[in-house]
Design a protein around this ligand. Structure first.
Ligand code: F6R
Length: 258
């Protein structure tokens, strides 16, 4: 795993923006895997600011997840989030942007359909990930199978508490989600994880230095050959090998030796 530690959150976000922009410019028909959540908001703001200089008309996107029981027009749906944060501001073709349907009549069928759609697209070229404080990626909560595919997951109370800030009332925070599985994520050709803030420090330590374990789902990324983790100082605070990691990959400079 290539770990880049930045002095500030803004610099980590700038690097994530550069990696996505470079991917789209070098391969205008690429397929991106996208994430939602608070961490991604400033990143999507950076991409929005590129306006017409970033041609997304032939880019295909697959979001990681969606809440169950919430339809695409619901203001707290990830469909609404993506429209607000990104899709409505750049020239994405709506027929090329994909997010699971959280109020589909048959949710298991929807999850299977989504998994097939990811595979039929030819696979994800670059998967963007955030990380939960409990180490989840997508909504693959602790103890998710490392071989999992897109499916229904029950959210932990920690995740529901963390996401309650996006809802009016804790009671209405969804209890279930459809999420790409860990294996679906590991199938991506390249992965970029963005983690900022002290709440992510423990999860980042487990992702980078911990044993590969379903208890910390992000640790599964150690099995992937091409992962770049972009951390700010606070998210990197618990890393024991921090000094070494900074020597190997000084942030902002690409070093070929690993
Ligand atoms: C959302 C997703 C989640 C978030 C994670 C961090 O699509 O996949 O794994 O990335 O919950 O969320 P924030 O950024 O709100 O802390």
């Amino acid at each position: 795993m290539k770990v880049l530690i930045f002095p500030t959150k803004a610099e980590a976000i700038e690097k994530a923006g550069d990696l996505i922009t470079e991917k789209i410019r070098s391969n205008p028909t690429c397929t991106l895997g996208l994430a939602t959540g608070g961490t991604m908001e400033p990143l999507y703001a950076r991409l929005r600011a590129k306006g017409e200089s970033l041609d997304c008309s032939r880019v295909t996107t697959f979001n990681l997840d969606e809440y169950v029981g919430i339809g695409p027009s619901h203001p707290q749906s990830y469909h609404a989030y993506m429209r607000l944060q990104l899709f409505d501001h750049l020239n994405f073709d709506p027929s090329n942007t994909h997010i699971p349907i959280g109020d589909a009549p048959d949710l298991e069928q929807e999850a299977d359909r989504y998994e097939r759609a990811v595979q039929d697209s030819g696979g994800i070229d670059l998967q963007l990930l955030g990380i939960g404080a409990n180490g989840h990626i997508g909504f693959n909560e602790p103890c998710s199978s490392l071989g999992s595919r897109t499916r229904l997951k029950t959210l932990t109370s920690a995740t529901r508490d963390a996401n309650a800030r996006f809802f009016k009332d804790h009671e209405v925070v969804p209890r279930y989600a459809i999420t790409m599985g860990i294996k679906t994520i590991l199938d991506a050709k390249e992965v970029v994880v963005l983690a900022t803030g002290s709440k992510k420090a423990k999860a980042c330590r487990e992702m980078i230095e911990g044993a590969v374990s379903s208890y910390w789902p992000a640790s599964a990324l150690q099995l992937h050959p091409k992962v770049t983790a972009l951390l700010d100082e606070e998210a990197a605070a618990d890393l024991e090998l921090r000094e070494y990691l900074e020597t190997v990959h000084p942030a902002g400079r690409d070093v070929k030796v690993v």
